[in-house]
Ligand binder design. Structure first.
Ligand code: CP
Length: 306
């Protein structure tokens, strides 16, 4: 039962609970009328202290499609945070006006803190470079829908693995599935943090670190490209030096399996050339749409209407 539960990091839900969400999302995708009015009278607060296109809009679309309503802000400058109000007080207020809160905040751990002050479910929509669990639900649902399974796969993560919260959440989540081999491809400055590597080691996950994408292309089943995140760098020169380390183009795709799928949480900048968009293995736009269905499944579950 997910009614009343918060989602701060992927491990907050069991594998069975996540499977339940994927089945529900598939039902919603196949029958757009299913659950259509189930959240009538419910309110979702979306508190975005950082920019977003997909996460905020897909949550709002999800709530509206379920018949509910949304309130909130996309710019913290328009909230009383700009007058010095604490996050705890902001959350107490939003919880008293709504039935669930979706929050993105640049501070690591902010969603956990919010969950301690909230009387309604908190859904982490990204806390700094830490976690992004609903992107993980999106990624896992996409893998399941397109490859028919989540297991016995080689997953290549490429780009900014140091600051990429979607990578941290997905790697931790995939570690719970059978026979997942992970290849982490990044420049040395942007390698996967030690604390995630320790978790993978503890769970006996087979993983490798590499610097060249080309070497690993032929064995990868799921290629997870990521953006080098300008907003998390302390030094602009380092960002400029590293930003175009990996550019996936049609030539590099030639070395990939026929059954390969290319995912990206988006937004992309230069790391995937637009010429790849027409390759049938490019799945990142479909992935963004699956995100709305899985968020519909999540909202209807934590609000207890299914
Ligand atoms: N994937 C993702 O989090 O996209 P946005 O930053 O646009 O929400």
């Amino acid at each position: 039962m997910l009614k009343g539960r918060s989602l701060v990091e992927p491990e907050d839900f069991s594998l069975d609970e996540m499977d339940g969400l994927f089945s529900l999302a598939e039902k919603i995708e196949k029958d757009e009328k299913y659950l259509r009015e189930s959240c009538r009278g419910k309110l979702l607060a979306t508190l975005f202290f950082e920019p977003s296109t997909r996460t905020r809009l897909s949550f709002e679309a999800a709530m509206l499609r379920l018949g509910g309503s949304c309130l909130g802000f996309a710019d913290p400058g328009s909230s009383s945070t700009s007058k010095g109000e604490s996050l705890a007080d902001t959350i107490r207020m939003a919880a008293s006006y709504s039935d669930a809160i979706v929050m993105r905040n640049p501070k690591e751990g902010s969603s956990l803190l919010a969950s301690r002050y909230s009387s309604v479910p908190i859904i982490n929509a990204g806390d700094g470079g830490h976690h992004h669990p609903t992107q993980t639900l999106t990624d896992l649902l996409t893998i399941k829908r397109l490859l028919g399974k989540i297991g016995n796969l080689t997953v290549g993560f490429c780009g900014d693995l140091r600051f990429g919260r979607t990578v941290h959440s997905l790697a931790k989540a995939l570690a719970r599935y059978e026979k997942i081999k992970m290849i982490f491809i990044s420049p040395t400055e942007l390698v996967l943090p030690d604390y995630i590597q320790s978790i993978l080691k503890k769970q006996n996950v087979e993983f490798y670190e590499k610097e060249k994408l080309e070497d690993s292309m032929p064995e990868i089943d799921v290629l997870y490209m990521t953006r080098v995140q300008r907003e998390r760098f302390f030094n602009e020169d380092d960002y400029i030096r590293l930003k175009d380390t990996y550019v996936l183009n049609a030539e590099k795709m030639q070395a990939g399996k026929k059954s390969l799928i290319v995912l990206h949480p988006l937004p992309r900048v230069n790391e995937i050339s637009v010429e790849v968009d027409t390759d049938p293995r490019a799945a990142y736009f479909a992935q963004a749409k699956y995100g709305m269905y899985v968020r519909m499944a999540l909202l209807s579950s934590v609000l207890g209407v299914v």
